[in-house]
Design a protein. Structure first.
Lengths: 148, 184
């Protein structure tokens, strides 16, 4: 009889801990929710036309999202910034490096809720294909963030 | 007579050297008095600012919290636009460092606001030649304010002389330190 009570108490404690852990996970997922497959995404204009590179990269990397031409038609919005520094004479002569330095950062936000669901930044000290490389890096990581 | 002629320029030269040395010493003393060093501000309690901001030791930056203020987990945070789009790097840093905060794009929906400044200095030819480094010099400073009360609850500044990943490193450093004041 005593053993049965003990087992029942342990079972109740286990069930409670599982329920609490799931509730915590659900709470955490609210902040890092995944982007659904086939979601309509609007790419906002970015400095140096990085949005164009990003659109191309999304197509090239076969990211399962639809790019919308208008913000009103979209579920998500991608905003960001990018910076390019071409190799100067000093870099070419002293470091023997012709490649440009690329920096980019993008943020994906849910238009309806206004929450940022995903963000990524990339830095390439010697980018072989310039902006194209950094845009493809962003697209590749965006693909991972989309629900399969 | 000749010896007197020789002595006069020597005396003049000694006077000039003496005068220049004393002026240099005086200049050095005044500059050291005017320059606020970190050690002085740490040892002298009167030198610390009168606000509630408490400086805390950090690896590469300066951190300050108001009365050990904490931000609740999953609080809604708005990241205000910063120079050179640093807000994007900061948001990416928050995600990368798994800071349990909800970032919103609308300031009206937020409980806290993160604002700040950032600056990048690219490596010049002298740095490349003498130091053999092509990495940039990054400076960033952020503050977190409570939108309801208007109080600044947290402040942090970072300086990286040789930032391997440029703005990304600075953004992640800020995010890492924001995580310290977020409580579950």
């Amino acid at each position: 009889m005593y053993n049965k009570r003990r087992v029942a108490t342990i079972l109740v404690a286990l069930v409670l801990s599982v329920v609490l852990a799931e509730a915590d996970d659900a709470k955490h997922q609210a902040t890092s929710s995944k982007i659904p497959k086939g979601a309509k995404v609007f790419i906002a204009p970015m400095p140096d036309g990085f949005d164009t590179y990003l659109k191309d990269a999304i197509k090239k990397k076969k990211v399962p999202v639809e790019t919308a031409t208008s913000r009103d038609q979209a579920d998500y919005e991608i905003t960001g910034t990018s910076e390019t520094q071409k190799a100067g004479t000093a870099k070419k002569l002293i470091m023997g490096n012709w490649h440009s330095r690329e920096e980019a950062s993008i943020t994906v936000s849910n238009i309806k809720s206004g929450e940022v669901v995903w963000a990524y930044s990339v830095h390439q000290e010697a980018s072989t294909h310039g902006k194209r490389s950094s845009a493809e890096a962003c697209a590749k990581h965006l693909k991972d963030a989309i629900e399969k | 007579m000749q010896s007197k002629i020789r002595v006069v320029p020597l005396l003049l030269a000694t006077l000039i050297v003496d005068f220049s040395c004393s002026s240099l010493l005086a200049l050095a003393q005044t500059s050291s008095e005017n320059k606020p060093s970190q050690d002085q501000s740490k040892s002298d309690p009167a030198a610390t600012p009168s606000s509630d901001l408490k400086p805390t030791a950090s690896d590469e930056g300066q951190l300050a919290t108001v009365n050990n203020a904490k931000i609740p987990a999953y609080a809604k945070v708005y990241v205000a636009p910063m120079p050179a789009g640093f807000e994007n790097y900061l948001i990416a840093g928050l995600r990368n460092k798994k800071v349990p905060l909800t970032v919103v794009v609308d300031r009206a929906k937020a409980e806290y606001e993160i604002s700040g400044v950032s600056e990048s200095d690219k490596a010049g030819w002298a740095k490349m030649l003498f130091m053999g480094s092509q990495q940039s010099n990054e400076l960033a400073s952020i503050k977190v304010s409570d939108l309801r009360t208007g109080a600044i609850v947290f402040g942090y500044s970072v300086h990286k002389g040789n930032s391997v990943r440029g703005k990304q490193s600075a953004g992640e450093a800020c995010a890492k330190h924001i995580k310290q004041i977020v409580v579950d």
